[in-house]
Design a protein around this ligand. Structure first.
Ligand SMILES: NC(=O)c1ccc[n+]([C@@H]2O[C@H](COP(=O)([O-])OP(=O)(O)OC[C@H]3O[C@@H](n4cnc5c(N)ncnc54)[C@H](O)[C@@H]3O)[C@@H](O)[C@H]2O)c1
Length: 166
């Protein structure tokens, strides 16, 4: 990550940031002076991660929501717009994988994986872009996976990751 690209006062959203890769990205951005919003549906893990980052004197806040629900996503970005009047970075990191053979895959499995890995990225981009266009600056990173190349197993995950990478 080129640290020259970041400055104090900038604002970022990292989805799926209560743990794992998203939390690491949020911490790294916050260490560059960026105010980081961590978005995640796991409220308990989110609160604990936000508290840990604040103990490091980092400027962060958490918003608990289900990223596949448009109204919740729009409300979260409206809250950020009201508080900061800007959004510089969006990292669409949230994702789930359910490793299943195609014949065992249910409609619910398909919807969960495609909605989380693809629909949520669409919803967050839709909500973030007007804020970025207003200021004439913005960067969006959509997390993908080598799974988009295909392979034996999770067809729903490969399909969603391929679409997100496109
Ligand atoms: N870990 C890997 O090896 C790997 C490899 C390739 C790609 N990825 C991708 O990187 C991203 C992060 O991976 P990870 O291993 O850190 O994942 P993780 O499972 O550790 O964390 C994902 C986070 O997303 C949150 N989340 C899931 N669905 C949500 C929803 N509907 N609304 C709000 N939050 C939701 C979870 O609560 C969780 O905190 C994922 O998109 C994953 O597909 C991971």
């Amino acid at each position: 990550m080129n640290t020259q690209n970041f400055s104090a006062g900038q604002v970022a959203v990292v989805t799926g940031a209560a743990r794992g890769i998203g939390l690491a990205i949020a911490r790294r951005l916050a260490h560059q002076g960026v105010f980081v919003y961590l978005l995640d549906r796991d409220e308990q893990a989110l609160n604990s991660s936000v508290s840990a980052l604040q103990l490091e004197d980092l400027q962060v806040a958490g918003i608990a929501l289900d990223l596949t629900v448009g109204e919740s996503v729009n409300a979260a970005f409206a809250q950020i717009q009201q508080a900061h009047g800007r959004l510089d970075f969006l990292v669409n990191n949230a994702g789930v994988v359910r490793d299943k053979r195609f014949l065992n895959m249910t409609e619910q499995d398909w919807d969960l994986v495609v909605d989380t890995n693809l629909r949520a990225q669409f919803l967050c981009c839709k909500a973030a872009l007007p804020l970025m266009l207003e200021k004439g600056f913005g960067r969006i990173v959509n997390m993908s996976s080598r799974a988009w190349l295909g392979g034996f197993g999770p067809a729903h995950y490969s399909a969603a990751r391929g679409a997100g990478a496109a």
